[in-house]
Design a protein around this ligand. Sequence first.
Ligand SMILES: Nc1ncnc2c1ncn2[C@@H]1O[C@H](COP(=O)(O)OP(=O)(O)O)[C@@H](O)[C@H]1O
Ligand SMILES: [Mg+2]
Length: 255
Amino acid sequence: MGGSGKTTTSINLAGALGNYNKDFEVLLVDTDPQGTATEGTGFTDVYHSEDVSLYDVLTDIDEQQKVNDLILSHEEFDVLPSHELMFGVERELQSSPKTEERLDGVLDALERSYDYVILDTPPHLGPLTNNALVTADGLVVPAKPVRRSIRALETLFEQVGIIEKHFSSIDRLGMLVNDIQYPVDGDTQEMLDWFTRFEDGLGVYQIRNRVAIKRAWNNGVSIFGHEEECDMEEVYDEFATDIVAGTRQEMIIDE
Ligand SMILES: Nc1ncnc2c1ncn2[C@@H]1O[C@H](COP(=O)(O)OP(=O)(O)O)[C@@H](O)[C@H]1O
Ligand SMILES: [Mg+2]
C-alpha cells in the first residue's frame, strides 16, 4: 500500500543505525521504480541519468559486478539508487524464468561489506518486492493506524509465507505504526490496540506525524542527519537498538 511510510522508515532507520554506531556500514537500497528514497536522499539527478543503473544490473546477469559503480556516498550511509528505467524492470523479470534471486545476486556482487542493508520496496506486491523478500533476512512493516491496513498486512504476510516456503525464512523485526496524529481518536486507538495484538513477540514502534520528519526528507537526510531536534529520534533509535541486538543484516521495509 502506498503512503504507509516505507520510504520514511527506510531512510530514518538507515540514519538510526548509522547514528547508533558510527563504524557501522549501512546501505540503503531503493528498489522502487518511483525512486522516492533516491530523491529523499538527494540523488534525483542520478535517477534520471544516462549511465548504467540498477535496471541494468537486475536485468542482465553479466552486468551484476557493475553494481559497485552504482553505490553513492551519502553523509549518513551509502545509497544504491533507483532509476526511471526501473518502471520496465518487472516486465523484464517476468519474461525470464527464475528471476526471484536477481537482487540477491546483485547484492552478493558488492565488494564492500555492509553491516546493515535496508531495502525500500515499491507500493505493490510484484517481482521487485519478491526479489527483496528473497534476499532479506528480516522484515520491518510500517503501517498507518487505519482500518484498511488490516487487509494490506494480511496480504503481505500471506506473500511472505509463500516466499518462505520456497526460499529461506524471514525474521519479523517489528511493526512500525507510522504517522500517528495526536490527539488519538477512538478509531486510531482501536487500530493501535490491534497492532499491538497483531503478532506475538513482534516489537511495535510508534512514530507520530512530525513536520521535522518531512523537513529532514526535503533536505535529503534522515532526522539524525538534520540539525532540527525531533522527539521521534528516540523511537527509531530504540528500533535500531533492538535490530542490533538481533544481529540481522539485510532487512526489507514493506507493508
Ligand atoms: N511520521 C511522519 N510524519 C510526517 N510525515 C510523514 C510521516 N511518515 C510519512 N510521512 C510523509 O508521508 C508521505 C508518504 O510517506 P512515504 O514514506 O513516502 O510512504 P511510502 O514509501 O510507503 O509510499 C511522504 O510525503 C512522507 O514525508
Ligand atoms: Mg516509498
